[in-house]
Structures are given as C-alpha cells and as structure tokens.
Design a protein around this ligand. Sequence first.
Ligand SMILES: [Zn+2]
Length: 538
Amino acid sequence: MPVAAADLAVVGSRVWLGDGSSSAALAARDGRVIAVGDDVPALIGAGTRVLDGVGALVVPGFQDAHVHPPQAGRHMTTVNLRELSSRADYLDRIASYVADHPEAAWVVGGGWSMEHFPGGLPHRADLDPVTAGKPAFLFNRDVHGAWVNSAALALAGIDASTPDPPDGRYERDADGAPIGMLHEGAAYSFESTWVPAPSSADWEAAILAAQARLHALGITGWQDAWVTPATLEAYRSLAGDGRLTARVVGALWWDRHSDLGQIAGFLEQRERAVGTFHPTTVKIMVDGIIENQTAAMFEPFHDGHGGRTDNRGLMYVDRDVLLPAVTELDRLGFQVHMHAIGDRAVHAALDAVAAARANNGASDSRHHIAHLQVVSPDDVPRFADLDVVANCQAYWAQHEPQMEEHTIPWIGAARAELQYPFQSLRRTGARLAMGSDWPVTTADPLREMEVAVRRVDPDRRATASFLPQERLTLVEALAGFTSGAAHVNHDEAGGRLTVGARADLAVVDQDLFALEGRTADARVTCTVAAGQVVYGDV
Ligand SMILES: [Zn+2]
C-alpha cells in the first residue's frame, strides 16, 4: 500500500526532538510529526513543502508560560513611544501615527519617559500641532501619569477653574491652566471617563499584531496571564476562523475585591473554549512587587538606607480567601496560576495548593506559581512535593540597575541571595516552565535563555553573573520553553518533535549548543505552527 506523502518536510538542519535525541530530518502531515530521520526521504512527494537548510537547528516551537499579548499588541497598534529617547522622536512618532490612522477618533498609546521633557513635564502645546485637532491621551512608561492635548482637556471641560481630584493632580501653569500632564488619579479618571475602551476589532488587531511578533521569535503557544471578558471574546473570534495560529491557554482574572462567588463566572467562561483557545486557568495576584514594597515578605522591608521598617508588604488575596479559593478551583478542575514575588506570598501560594491536595487529593491541574523572586529555602522543595510548576521569568535574574537601585536596598543583602532560585528548584525535582511577562520585558526566548544559562544581561556580557549557582544548563532552559511550558499548558502534543507530536517548529540560524550560552546571538529564521509556516521567508 503506498504511503501518503508528507505535506511538510525539514531537511538539512539538525532537529532537536526535545526528548534528549536529535535527528537530521522531520516530516509532518495534517499538522503532526509523522517521521524523523531516515524515514523522511521516502515521504517527500510532489506536494510536499520542503524546508531545506533554512537554519542550523530546529527545536520544538517555543511556548511562553506567562505573557500578555493583548496588552503588548495594544502597544504595537497604538502610539508606542517606549523605545524612543527624545521629545522630538516622540512628536515624530505621534505625527506619523496620526497621518497613518485617519480613521482613529483618538490618539492613544504611551510609553514616554519624564527624562525627555524639561522638568519632567510634557506640555499640551507640544502635542497640539501633531494631533490634527483630535483628542490625545498618552500614558507615561510607568503608567502613573498621562500627557494629554488641548482637545482632550476641552472635551473633558478641564480648565483653570477645575479643582484637582482627591487622588491626583492636574499640572498647571502660573495662571492655573492645566498644561496637559495628569498625575495618578487625575489620569485614571480621565481615561475611564473619556477615552473610548478598545473595541473588539481593536483587541483582535492587537492580538494578531502580538501573535505575529511572537511567531517571529519562534513562539507557537502561550499562556495569557490576564484574560478579561473583552480579550476572551477577541480570542474566541480569532480562534473561530483560524486566525489564531498559536495554541493559547487563557488565565481568567481573579478579582481580588470579590469572593468565591466569582467562580461561577469562571465556569461559564471555561465553556467558551474555541479551537486552539482554552480558557481553563484562573490567575490570582497573591502580592505586589518589591520595587514599591508591595511584595509580601516574612521579614519587614529595609528603608532603602540600611534601616529597618515594620512594613512586610501586602497580600492582595489573604490566606483566608486564598486557601479555600485554590481548593475550590482545584476541585472544579481549574488550573491556578499565581503571581507571587515575596517569600511570604510564595509560601502562602504553596500552602494554598497543599490545602487543595489535602482536601481533593492529587490532581492533574498543574498549578503554577510565577515570578518567584524571593523564595525561602524551606519552600524550595515544596514545589516538587506538591507538584507545583515553577513559572520562571528567567530574564529578570540578572544584576541590572533596577536590581541594584530598586530591589536590593529594600530587601538587603541576605534576602538578595534568595532571588530566582531556578537551579535549586530544578535540583529538588521541580518542573520549570519559562515565561517572559512581555510587554514588561522582552518576549525573545533566545535572550531569556541566555540569562537563564549565564545570569548576565546579554547586552552587558562582561558583568558578573547574578547568583551563578542558580544558572541552568542550556538543555534545562530550552526544556523550560518547550516541554516545561507545554506541560503547564496541558499541551500533550507540544514541546517535543517526536512522532505524533504537533508540528510546531522554531528554526534557528545557529546551533544553540555551540554558543556557550550566548543564545541571544542567534535568530529564529522560520516558525511552523501545526504544520503551517507562520513566519519566515522560506
Ligand atoms: Zn504578568
């Protein structure tokens, strides 16, 4: 009986199968791997698309276990000032956005930095000439303030006679007239009252822009760590007609101001899976961040100058809610994805899973805890014991200025040594999954992997390794982006390229194993998702 030909074949590149072995060729049909190695040539027929020598190394498509594509895509599809570094560049970018988007009623976006304006304050007079009379609202990089133009102020009726809101401030000139800089609550109430919320078409465009970017980085699947009702509908629409070419797990957002009653809504939303979109996870923010002392710590923060305080940070969700919530979500078959930065938050998150295990027994929910900035050594082995996946943002484990200036002064030297203990976790048997937290930091797995392996910023390679005992091997880091992330995404067909796996491939221009950990030097040349080429000039 003749064997049906492959519809896709990869030859001329080394294929890392993700199970410890490699092969010289791979063939796929109907989105699945049907053969590797010597069996491949016989499956190449007239209708087979052959990718011949498109890169040095083929690996399973990367998966990102914690990422925010709709929000990142909004940056990409609105005015994005993030990578610019002068007032003049900002104004050029805004002017070209206005010229390219005649249909847009508003000019929205953000990412500007105070340092590029005199006195740190942007002015509406800068914005007016480049916004064609349309109202403009642009958040700054840290999202604690916004730059608006005269049309926006006029629309909202804000003038010299308008009092400041109780939780914010209008920056004013000598006559009391607002200059176009809104601080804190003044910016938030302006946005919620006046700026149109993104439409479903806006969210779909944002997700597609983000997906294109992620595919270009070799990513074929992800877990969206903050799905809202609006982005859920956008994902459903894209999955329904095949535009969502990635496999996506959606984490539904736990409202910390509400109680266990919200779980009924999650049950309804979970029923709304479509195609490659699976809203099967619930995301709980257990605490805040160290930089503003909102992470939950066992011991108080320092005061930034070597002194002590009595502030141990915040639990956004207290233990008396967290433990029953995770227990009930586990009982109902949800996966729980918890944000935990401080050691007290990580401990509570583990206690919550322990409570679920005690009440419900073992489950295949694959609960995970993300960020793991400060982990008490006593808690490290509990990940493996409780079958909790360590969701690691490897790129953060470097000694960059943010660490020096905004983290270590608050926690002190001893606790600084407990940060991002990825190798300790792995050594105790924990499963690791890797995620970027893009757009907070880069979505490029090859840059993240370099930091996982070297614990050094790829742009400052001569600097010291940050807690080098916590470095991972390249295979361990690669596994975090492939089999590890696929595991946490309940993607049994992903994260490997053995026969029967989904044909998700990332083709890399250099052999990652020959770079001594400097994987940021490599580039993805081609990406295949479920057998379809979704990126690459091939
Ligand atoms: Zn996040």
